[in-house]
Design a protein around this ligand. Structure first.
Ligand SMILES: [Zn+2]
Length: 84
């Protein structure tokens, strides 16, 4: 095996660490984006808000796809049957 100067090995290790760090940053960024997308979806007006202020999800028998009465998960009171 050829003799490799110590500084080259040190540089290679440092570069490897830097690359690994980049990869982690990328993964963290990707995870954050995924969470943001989920939060966005939760904030979507995909729930039906009845005139009495009860919120129903799409699986509920009281759910109506009426764009005038759509709300986010944060609005109204959760339905006892479907959980809102
Ligand atoms: Zn309901």
């Amino acid at each position: 095996m050829k003799h490799v100067p110590t500084y080259i090995i040190a540089a290679a290790i440092a570069l490897g660490c830097a690359l690994a760090q980049d990869k982690r940053d990328e993964e963290i960024k990707e995870l954050r984006e995924r969470i943001a997308k989920i939060e966005e979806r939760e904030g979507e007006k995909s729930y039906y808000l009845s005139s009495t202020g009860i919120r129903h999800n799409r699986t509920c028998k009281y759910f109506k796809a009426n764009p005038k009465f759509m709300c986010t998960k944060k609005e109204g009171r959760a339905c006892q049957i479907c959980g809102g």
